[in-house]
Write a protein that binds this ligand. Structure first.
Ligand SMILES: Nc1ncnc2c1ncn2[C@@H]1O[C@H](COP(=O)(O)OP(=O)(O)OP(=O)(O)O)[C@@H](O)[C@H]1O
Length: 208
């Protein structure tokens, strides 16, 4: 479904990696590994089309994502490493805004159910500024329950700040998405109890 060939990434005047290639099929999970600063987030930004590679290209369903941008983004859910919340809005308002901004027209009841399912039933109407770091992370992750129709999930450090039960729940959610024919590409520095261990792409192996 998703593949990259000969990718090179330039940041400032520094080439982070080159000749990077991978393939991600339906039902598969790929973990992007490597030390701090090696270029994992930078790779996710290339893969999502938020940044352009210096060399190489990314293909989705055989088409270059630069040429089929709209169709590709309609099938992609990208969650960055920091939950992008408006501190003045509640989790419910933030989730509804994120869905609308991403082009998903989701009913309020479905947003409430997603937040309850991710463990925020007691925080639905609080301003986001009073939430703990783990609760902030959960608000962003609630989108996963509203994005089953998007087969490709690209997640930057989704486990950060989650407690042990939330890590297990998220691992199960990601495993279920793959079992349903979706695919997941993520960075993480921690182990999680996936149904099947993900394939690993070590960006350090392509570092310049
Ligand atoms: N505009 C820029 N100019 C120069 N260097 C940059 C620029 N933006 C990012 N970098 C560098 O690019 C490198 C890769 O950053 P990136 O966030 O992709 O790393 P990472 O592997 O995701 O790290 P971490 O594990 O800490 O999240 C870092 O060394 C960073 O300092």
């Amino acid at each position: 479904m998703l593949e990259a060939q000969d990718l090179a990434c330039l940041k400032g005047d520094r080439l982070l990696f080159r000749d990077l290639a991978f393939r991600l099929q339906a039902g598969e999970m790929l973990r992007i590994a490597g030390p701090n600063g090696v270029g994992k987030t930078s790779l996710l930004r290339l893969v999502t089309g938020l940044a352009l590679p210096e060399v190489g290209e990314v293909r989705w369903r055989g088409h270059c994502i630069r040429r089929e941008r709209e169709a590709f983004h309609g099938e992609l859910l990208y969650l960055g490493h920091a939950p992008a919340l408006n501190d003045l809005l509640s989790p419910l308002e933030n989730l509804r805004f994120a869905c609308a901004a991403g082009g998903d027209h989701v009913a309020e009841d479905d947003c409430v159910q997603a937040l309850v399912r991710i463990g925020l039933e007691n925080q639905l109407d609080l301003p986001a500024r009073v939430l703990s770091q783990g609760q902030r992370r959960r608000v962003g992750l609630a989108r996963l329950f509203l994005s089953a129709r998007r087969p490709l999930w690209v997640l930057d450090e989704p486990f950060t700040a989650l407690d042990v039960h939330a890590v297990a729940d998220l691992a199960a959610t990601l495993s279920a998405h793959c079992a349903d024919g979706g695919c997941v590409m993520m960075t993480t520095h921690q182990d999680a109890p996936f149904a099947r261990p993900p394939a690993v792409l070590d960006v350090g192996a392509f570092a310049c």
